[in-house]
Design a protein. Structure first.
Length: 430
């Protein structure tokens, strides 16, 4: 069995879904487990539905629901010849359940409600794609991830119960291949012991593919993207990118940890554990080679990789009593940052100062200042970039620092990380 994962861009409209069918047709009689994300920007729209539900804005809530209904119906009308196809009843029933949620919702905590609603996008996309494949003559079955992937109750960031999830795939998923060639399930979602839907974190559909492959001992996994494979840099920020033909699991984990956006950070580990190869291929040119991620490290250092994080803010904390930055101070600082839900991209300390780099759009600067002002002097610097280079040399360092001022740098044998800013920009504000 092979595992495919198609993201939102690959199922964003009727033409894209026909292309998915074309890609599947290239694999003949292979047994395929297919993971599919919500269509296009549906997850963002579902988040708006959650916001209006929780803020009790009924008109906006109903409007957003109707907009998504029409979006999906328009795609279906292009795909299905027979408007009496049961898929119409299935999809409209999903929207009816969503619509009445405004009156029936128990108004539990935000994260719980988020997970019950946002995963609806994946339910809709998988139902539509499965029905379309069957219309095209494929032998496809829709599979419900909320009966296969079992998690804890950490809504929006659920952790997998690997033992129970493996048992569910072995007993409820794999046997279906005796009757079906293809099974299609949802990325991003799972369920608790009580049957409530959970989500695995934003962009978690790649992780679902890794989970399925691990639990089913799949032959390999292919993630279909709008790029020719894994590139050594984001084309938005870097000219003359190079495709990485083959890299190791270790290298892929490092790149995703530092912020490479092609693969979800959690995806690689379960594949590495069972040595299941991961391919990143183009749904635009599906017969091209793409990138393979596997055990061998021999190719890792052939091409340097560049990861850019823009719009960063650097905070520096100094104890007002000039005590050393030691374990007790660090514990206190981390507890305060956790209270602000701050995710650290880089950190460094000296005897009297501890510095961290955060994504500016994900943090409230005033909240950070208020949390620390009692016993710390706090300075911050905005307008920064974080550049990470794997397998660097002096030429690569020179390339990324042209017309840039280096604020801070860290180097290991394989990785250089630099906080930089344009030489004419940026001030430090106490």
């Amino acid at each position: 069995m092979k595992i495919f994962k198609f993201g939102g861009a690959s199922v964003k409209d009727a033409k894209s879904i026909r292309n998915v069918a074309h890609i599947v047709s290239l694999y003949g009689i292979e047994k395929l487990g297919i993971v599919i994300s919500a269509m296009g920007k549906t997850t963002n729209a579902m988040e708006q539905i959650v916001e209006t539900l929780m803020s009790k804005q009924e008109a906006l809530f109903q409007g957003y629901v109707e907009e998504r209904r029409q979006f999906h119906l328009e795609i279906m009308n292009e795909l299905f010849h027979d408007k009496t196809n049961p898929i119409y009843t299935d999809v409209l029933e999903v929207f009816r359940s969503l619509e009445i949620k405004y009156k029936s919702s128990p108004r539990l905590n935000y994260d719980f409600e988020y997970d019950q609603i946002v995963g609806t996008g994946e339910i809709l996309s998988t139902k539509i794609v499965s029905a379309f494949l069957n219309q095209q003559g494929f032998n496809s079955k829709w599979a419900d991830a909320t009966t296969l992937i079992q998690t804890d109750k950490a809504y929006r960031e659920a952790e997998i119960n690997w033992e129970k999830t493996t048992a569910l795939f072995q007993s409820h998923f794999i046997p279906q291949f005796e009757s079906y060639d293809i099974q299609i399930t949802q990325g991003f979602i799972g369920h608790t012991d009580e049957g409530f839907t959970t989500t695995l974190g934003r962009e978690g559909s790649d992780f679902t593919a890794g989970i399925m492959a691990y639990c089913c001992d799949a032959e390999n996994v292919t993630i279909w993207k709008d790029v020719p494979g894994m590139l050594n840099a984001d084309p938005k920020w870097f000219d003359d990118t190079i495709k990485l033909d083959s890299i190791s699991f270790r290298e892929a984990i490092e790149l995703s940890y530092y912020g490479a956006s092609v693969i979800h950070p959690k995806t690689v580990k379960p594949l590495q554990n069972k040595k299941i190869p991961l391919y990143v291929k183009s749904f635009i040119d599906p017969q091209a080679d793409g990138t393979v991620i596997q055990s061998s490290t021999v190719n890792d250092q052939l091409v340097p990789s560049f990861i850019f994080k823009m719009n960063q803010v650097l905070f520096s904390f100094t104890p007002k009593d000039f005590s050393f930055i030691a374990e007790d101070n660090l514990s206190d600082i981390f507890n305060r940052l956790s209270a602000a839900n701050a995710k650290i991209n880089l950190m460094q300390n000296s005897a009297l100062q501890f510095s961290i780099l955060l994504d500016k759009e994900k943090v409230n600067i005033e909240e950070i200042l208020a949390l620390f002002k009692d016993i710390y002097h706090v300075k911050f610097n905005t307008g920064l970039e974080l550049v990470t280079i794997r397998h660097y040399d002096q030429a690569t360092l020179d390339r990324v620092t042209i017309n840039k001022e280096i604020i801070l740098q860290q180097k290991t044998r394989e990785t250089a990380r630099l906080i930089v800013r344009q030489k004419t920009k940026g001030i430090i504000i106490p």
